[in-house]
Design a protein around this ligand. Structure first.
Ligand SMILES: [Zn+2]
Length: 478
């Protein structure tokens, strides 16, 4: 494990410029499919570092692949850089307050400015190590757009961009250091549009066909479906258009957005088909016409125990990291703004740190394959895990108890702790990549495990072939 100390040095030698990059992307806070400046900052910086960059892959202008080296095992690092709507927040503030400059109403409430930068730095550090030691390997950094309420990686998986990887590595900013032990849900998301017939609601109601009635009946139908869904399945809806504001006009158009989640892709697809039939029934009952516009889908995360164990051993060799009194003080103050329920929610992601009273938890949390537990969110990393053995870690970037998609997460996004956690992630991923390249038998074992878990079923992209990546959009569901 002598490579671990070397990786630590490689990352630390470059940390300043990468902290700057993370801060720049935090300030840009660009939304899904609109991350033009964030993607370009990453692409041009890794190009300057000697990687060959292909921009605009898989039909998405903000997706890119950067590659260095040739031959040997091919290791991919996955980075994200999209923000969330409505979460603009003043950096370091202890109250919910939008950033004063008014540059954007968005905010990095999931820490993807750190995620992308940490994975980018890991790719560069691994490449540096291989080059310095004459080791044959190919390193790729994937600039993956649109993770939030979208599925950039699913489109990239469909385009075959991960097919020739031997392993994929990623991470997510969090409140402790650990192997990522959550089995996320697969999901499917679609718009349901009802087209009716307008009429005077009092003079000629018999001539009208209400699109709003259809939308309401669909929601009622789906609410009855809930009792008969698989365990852990989730169905959410939002009104995109409720048919206007006039009571004296029969609504001619109404639109709903539905997200269906279930433990595996086939369950999500099946449940989605039932939701579609309910919508068709609502249209039939109201004499309206139904139009379904598929939005996105992603697969559940398939854990690779072989790779998770390698990541754990490297993270443990790195150990935790030191924090300053100022870090602890800021975390303590942030914790005072967090509700008790949020502390409990943080604990769900980790095995041992239940209701940990300390402001910052930096020691590496216990890991065993049987500790992997279901979590009811989704990520498009799921699609990568079905194509290639994949492992991910979490690192302590925020005060213990900080909730995802919260103003507190945005507020801490440029704090020293966020940067320490990002560097720890870069070191863990780079060290894991080096360990894997030096032990090709482990890569073979990881592939065998993937084949066994996938069974006879090859990866089936959950997005129908005719659905293309959408242009920039602004809706906010996640
Ligand atoms: Zn996230």
């Amino acid at each position: 494990m002598e490579h671990v100390a070397r990786v630590k040095d490689l990352v630390e030698a470059k940390q300043e410029r990468y902290i700057e990059l993370a801060n720049e992307i935090w300030a840009l806070a660009e939304m899904r499919y609109s991350e033009h400046r964030s993607a370009e900052l990453h692409a041009s910086m890794i190009e300057d570092a000697g990687f060959r960059v292909t921009r605009g892959v898989a039909g998405m202008p903000t997706a890119f692949v950067a590659e260095a080296g040739s031959g040997g095992p091919v290791i991919g690092f996955l980075g994200e850089y999209d923000a969330l709507a409505g979460l603009s927040q003043e950096s370091g503030a202890l109250v919910c307050r939008p950033a004063a400059d008014g540059a954007t109403t968005n905010g990095h409430g999931c820490g993807h400015h750190l995620l992308g930068t940490g994975a980018h730095l890991a790719a560069v550090a691994a490449r540096d190590y291989f080059a310095a030691n004459g080791i044959e390997a190919t390193v790729r950094f994937y600039g993956c757009p649109a993770e939030e309420a979208a599925a950039g990686k699913t489109f990239m998986a469909r385009a075959g961009l991960f097919d020739d990887l031997d392993a994929a590595l990623s991470w997510h900013p969090s409140v402790a250091n650990s192997v990522f032990m959550n089995a996320t849900l697969a999901n499917v998301q679609a718009y349901f549009r009802f087209h009716g017939k307008a009429a005077h609601a009092a003079l000629a109601p018999h001539l009208g066909r209400s699109a709003l009635d259809a939308a309401e009946l669909m929601n009622v139908g789906v609410n009855y479906l809930r009792e008969h869904m698989p365990d852990q399945a989730r169905v959410h809806f939002a009104y995109i258009n409720s048919g206007g504001i006039s009571t004296n006009v029969v609504p001619v158009f109404a639109e709903l957005l539905y997200t269906v989640r279930a433990p595996r892709s086939e369950d999500a697809r099946e449940l989605f088909e039932r939701v579609k039939r309910i919508a068709a029934g609502a249209a039939l009952m109201t004499g309206t016409r139904l139009e379904i516009v598929f939005d996105k889908a992603c697969s559940n995360v398939l854990h690779n125990d072989t790779l998770d164990a390698v990541l754990d051993r490297n993270m443990r060799a790195l150990g935790g990291f030191d924090v300053s009194d100022d870090d602890v003080e800021l975390a303590r103050q942030i914790q005072q703004t967090i509700a008790p329920d949020d502390f409990e929610n943080s604990s769900r992601h980790f095995a041992a740190a239940l209701r940990d009273p300390r402001p910052i938890v930096t020691e590496v949390q216990p890991y065993r394959a049987d500790m992997v537990r279901p979590v009811t969110g989704s990520t498009d990393v799921g699609d990568v895990t079905w194509v290639v053995p994949t492992t991910q870690c979490l690192t302590a970037c925020f005060a213990w108890g900080t909730g995802f998609h919260s103003w507190q997460m945005v507020s801490q996004g440029k704090a020293t702790l966020a940067h320490r956690g990002m560097l720890m992630a870069a070191q863990t991923l780079a060290a894991t990549a080096i360990d894997l390249v030096r032990r090709p038998e482990v890569l073979s074992e990881a592939k065998a495990e993937l084949h066994e878990k996938r069974g006879r079923q090859p990866y089936l992209c959950p997005i129908p072939p005719e659905v293309l990546p959408p242009p920039a959009r602004t809706q906010t569901s996640s």
